[in-house]
Design a protein around this ligand. Structure first.
Ligand SMILES: *Cc1c(COP(=O)(O)O)cnc(C)c1O
Length: 358
């Protein structure tokens, strides 16, 4: 059945080994981030085999619950909602936090459940998504947290290259280490986890001129494991398989038609007024996949580079087949490469089936 995402599990295992070894050679603890594949059980199984991976991190509590029997420690990497603290204490060993009101609720909830809950405080070093921005507020919250009976301070973390697209470097990550040192001195404690970012921090392990600052103890990596490249400069790792995940969609119609619509042009199904170039008659295929499956057209690329995506509606993708030498017919599958957005969408859509190659 199509559409489907096909996962080559053997290649995935090889990729996980490569990147895990690289991080371990740099003495880092590893949080494998599971949100991109929606905590897919078969993919989880591959990561589960690596004892070097200590943590599974996800932004969704539902996903942490789905692998609650895993041997890995579970980390909620999105700031918890007040409305979910019960599940957070029950299912996450560590949660990332930036609001005192939420940490207080976690403390009360942990007391109720007779547990200790670990919090890692997020620091905003300029990307302007989550985290403490002012040092003074951070220090005030640490002073409160260390007094809480059911909360343990696990450490500090930062997320970069997400909202502001800020590249991690020695300067901004160096500030994270400064905060760590200040807190350890002022409060007389040790912060075991200093989590220095996501797949965009990996480039610092490979360069001669810059390096990951001493004191960063952990990275949280999703995309690089799955799409086989670091993400600060989008450099693929040559040692990794680049197409572990591919998308297949099926041709449901293939006909020669004009390239310029006939009649008065209004707005399309998504409220846009489309612009067309008259290229005469073209061989056009309609595929049984649409924006309900993959919201952005530019996030999938046909492996046959002679095929050109023309447009899509909710359930149909229009592809120009005129220039390809392949003799496609109705019923054939077209293979696409995926990026972060389309991989996320494929695993999240209930309409996209999952197939595994061993
Ligand atoms: C998504 C996310 C990650 C993983 O990012 P990748 O680019 O997939 O490695 C790490 N940390 C946080 C807080 C995230 O939200």
């Amino acid at each position: 059945m199509n559409p489907k995402v096909v996962v080559n599990l053997e290649q995935l295992e090889s990729n996980v080994r490569f990147l895990t070894d690289k991080m371990k050679q740099n003495n880092l603890s590893i949080t494998a981030v599971t949100k991109v594949h929606n905590a897919d059980p078969q993919v989880i199984k591959v990561f589960e085999q690596f004892p070097e991976i200590e943590y599974f991190g996800d932004s969704r509590i539902e996903n942490l619950i789905s692998f609650c029997t895993s041997s890995k420690k579970k980390v909620l990497i999105r700031i918890p909602m007040h409305s979910e603290v019960g599940d957070v204490v029950q299912y996450a060993d560590i949660s990332f936090n930036s609001e005192l009101s939420t940490i207080k609720l976690l403390d009360q909830e942990a007391k109720k459940q007779g547990k200790m809950h670990q919090v890692l405080l997020m620091v905003d070093l300029g990307d302007l998504r989550e985290g403490f921005f002012e040092e003074q507020e951070l220090m005030e919250v640490v002073a409160e947290v260390v007094k809480m009976e059911h909360i343990e301070l696990a450490g500090l973390g930062v997320n970069l290259t997400c909202y502001g697209a800020i590249i991690p470097d020695e300067e901004n990550l160096g500030r994270l280490i400064d905060y760590k040192n200040t807190i350890e001195e002022r409060f007389g404690l040790k912060l075991p986890m200093i989590s220095g970012g996501n797949s965009s921090s990996l480039y610092l392990l490979d360069r001669e001129d810059v390096s990951l600052p001493e004191g960063i103890t952990n990275l949280r990596v999703g995309e690089a494991y799955l799409l086989a490249g670091e993400t600060a400069f989008s450099t693929p790792y040559e040692e990794m398989f680049q197409d572990v995940f591919t998308l297949r969609a099926e041709i449901v119609e293939l006909k020669v038609k004009p390239s310029f619509p006939i009649g008065t042009i209004g707005v399309d199904a998504f409220g846009q007024s489309p612009v067309f170039e008259d290229q005469g008659k073209r061989l056009r295929g309609v595929l049984g996949i649409g924006r309900q499956d993959i919201p952005a057209l530019d996030s999938i690329t046909p492996c046959d580079d002679k095929l050109e995506i023309m447009g899509a509606s909710s359930d149909h993708l229009i592809v120009d087949f005129t220039d390809t030498d392949q003799a496609y017919k109705v019923g054939d599958e077209i293979v696409f490469k995926l990026d972060y957005g389309s991989l996320l969408a494929s695993f999240t859509s209930k309409y996209v089936k999952k197939e595994y190659l061993k």
